[in-house]
Design a protein around this ligand. Structure first.
Ligand code: PEP
Ligand code: MG
Length: 592
């Protein structure tokens, strides 16, 4: 994406009415974005913000009331249609939504906002929803806290009902000059932004390895998370500078600061352009040791970016993103088409398709996936083994795509050897099903496991015997080793890829895989961090998979590295027990 140019049609850059101030968060995606703030709730709930004409307030309130009434009718109708033998939760779920809809907290304040501030109905409703959601976030009781999702779903229904009667739901013009400001985004929200061309994203909440941040990174746009009160402090259309590398957001910069950042922005862009020269250069160290650099993708359309960056394969296809933002599940044929598209586009290069990693922060619409502790709950392979029909459908779709190229099957979050046995059983079952119906597939698709739970890394012998390859998911490995929720910015400062326990587990996994003669990759965010490339090379890693935007920078680092040299310092870092010393050694490792 090119450098955003401030449009002539947007508010003048200076003088600004608001005072200039700076906010600090965590940069999740490099580069500098300069643009005007656009405040939104979530991609799904993005609504127009405008003032209704004087005297139109009551009509606007009628519009809100009519939508609430329509949704009430819909919910009552759905309730009446619940079959006798349906699970009790179904009726209870509709009762709860009716209760939320009937509660005056959802309608009284929006009416006041329309009447007193002349906000349009959608704006007023979403504003009140955000207030409620924030209050839910503060509740200690997990069950009640999670009911905020129900409030959002009810509001979504009312917004849909209002869709037909909106006045001017115009999307912001000049998206490339817009920096989106939100309290929080789910990964499902974030993936919708792939269809847009905003200059950058900033959010109040979120950790640097949350899936929301990962998708932001894959958009190749500057993004900052964990800014705390940005959504409250920034006003619509204020001029912003977001430095995604260091996590700094400048609101209403003066002329001098703006000029300085415009210069830095063009320098950054120049560096990025220069890297493109390396696209076809084979990735190898100074002494010629080949290193495989592959891409992580979320959607089939990401393949283009992967190929543009010169990726030698897809090291991680996060297939669960095909399941988000929809009310139904993608069937076997639809999945097959998506996988085939990627496999064919990669033209014989390996495509590592990860089976569904649903759960935790990625839930399918309406699914009751969220347990009391989602990251430790029915997530990834645990969910698939509990839902064999969904799993088998996906396995058949993947196997069908396998005959079009070089497919590898990757299983997330394995912790027990018996989980692998069950996976292999289902793979054999899916193969039998296809064979019986005469559908062709590659019968030798390798099956690998993600090492992202410390137990798996520590009990690796049992795994290497059963699996064809390993891929280390450092995002979850760090989350589970250090007991920090990767989506929670309150503990984001404890995220530390250089923690001795984390480094030990990674080094041990690489060593064990090499000894067992099976391939091992890192596909977590560590693989895309230039500061860590030499350390990983020194630990023996020869396969990296990352979001395509980072690939050429990592290649440049590989080309400048010498294995014997990095091995020595990597071993010293592995022996270090002192974090300050570790940092010094890492600087030394990267120095030259
Ligand atoms: C990881 O955990 O490091 C990983 C690559 O998987 P995800 O980020 O999708 O959980
Ligand atoms: Mg993971």
């Amino acid at each position: 994406m090119g450098k955003p140019e401030l449009s002539q049609n947007l508010p003048p850059v200076t003088p600004r009415l608001g005072a200039s101030f700076t906010l600090h968060g965590a940069g999740v995606s490099g580069g500098i974005a300069i643009g005007y703030a656009h405040l939104i709730s979530s991609a799904r709930l993005e609504v127009a913000h405008y003032e209704v004409a004087v005297g139109d307030g009551e009509a606007e309130i009628d519009r809100l009331d009519a939508a609430i009434e329509q949704v009430r009718g819909e919910l009552i109708g759905l309730h009446a249609a619940v079959p006798q033998d349906a699970p009790a939760e179904m009726a209870a779920f509709l009762d709860l939504h009716l209760m939320i809809l009937n509660d005056s907290t959802l309608s009284v304040v929006p009416r006041e906002l329309i009447r007193n501030r002349r906000w349009n109905a959608e704006w007023a409703l979403v504003h009140q929803m955000e207030m409620l959601v924030q209050r839910f976030d503060e509740i200690e009781n997990t069950y009640l806290r999670e009911r905020k999702g129900d409030v959002q779903q009810v509001v979504e229904r009312v917004l849909k009902a209002m869709l037909g009667s909106a006045h001017t739901p115009a999307p912001p013009a000049h998206e490339e000059n817009i920096i989106v400001v939100a309290h929080d985004f789910s990964p499902a929200d974030m993936i919708l932004f792939k269809q847009h061309q905003f200059a950058g994203f900033v959010t109040d909440l979120g950790g640097v390895t949350s899936h929301t941040a990962i998708v932001a990174r894959s958009l190749n746009l500057p993004a900052i998370v964990g800014l705390h009160h940005a959504r409250q402090m920034i006003r619509e259309s204020e001029l912003l500078i977001a430095d995604g590398t260091i996590g700094v957001l400048i609101v209403n910069p003066d002329r001098q600061v703006l000029a300085e950042y415009q210069l830095r922005q063009s320098q950054f862009e120049l560096e990025r352009q220069k890297l493109k020269r390396l696209r076809t250069t084979p990735a190898a160290t100074l002494e010629g040791v080949p290193v495989e650099l592959q891409a992580n993708i979320e959607l089939p359309s990401d393949v283009e970016q992967a190929l543009d960056a010169g990726a030698m394969g897809v090291g991680l296809f996060r297939t669960e993103f095909l399941f988000l933002n929809r009310d139904d599940l993608p069937g076997e044929d639809e999945q097959f088409e998506a996988y085939r598209q990627v496999v064919q586009a990669m033209n014989g290069m390996p495509v590592t398709i990860r089976t569904l990693d649903l759960g935790a922060d990625k839930a399918i619409t309406g699914a009751q996936l969220v347990g009391p502790n989602p990251a430790l709950g029915l997530r990834a392979i645990r969910f698939c083994l509990a839902e064999p029909q969904i799993f088998l459908t996906q396995l058949r779709a993947i196997l069908r795509a396998s005959r079009y190229g070089n497919v590898r099957l990757l299983v997330p979050m394995v912790a027990h050897a018996h989980e692998i046995d069950q996976v292999l059983h289902y793979v054999a079952l899916a193969q039998d099903m296809l064979a019986h119906t005469g559908v062709p597939f590659d019968s030798s698709v390798p099956v690998g496991g993600m090492i992202e739970i410390p137990a798996a890394a520590l009990a690796l012998n049992a795994f290497v015997k059963k699996l064809d390859f390993l891929s280390i998911g450092t995002n979850d490995l760090i989350q589970y080793t250090l007991a920090i929720d990767r989506t929670d910015d309150a503990v984001a400062h404890l995220y530390d890829p250089l923690h001795p326990a984390v480094l030990y587990l990674i080094a041990h996994t690489i060593r064990s895989a090499v000894k067992a003669g099976i391939q091992v990759a890192v596909c977590g965010e560590m693989a895309g961090e230039v500061q860590l490339t030499r350390l990983l090379l020194g630990m023996g890693l020869r396969q990296f998979s990352m979001h395509p935007a980072q690939l050429l920078a990592i290649k440049q680092q590989v080309l400048r590295s010498s294995i014997p040299q990095v091995e020595v310092l990597a071993q010293r870092i592995l022996r270090s027990e002192d974090s300050e010393r570790t940092r010094q050694l890492l600087d030394k490792l990267n120095d030259s």
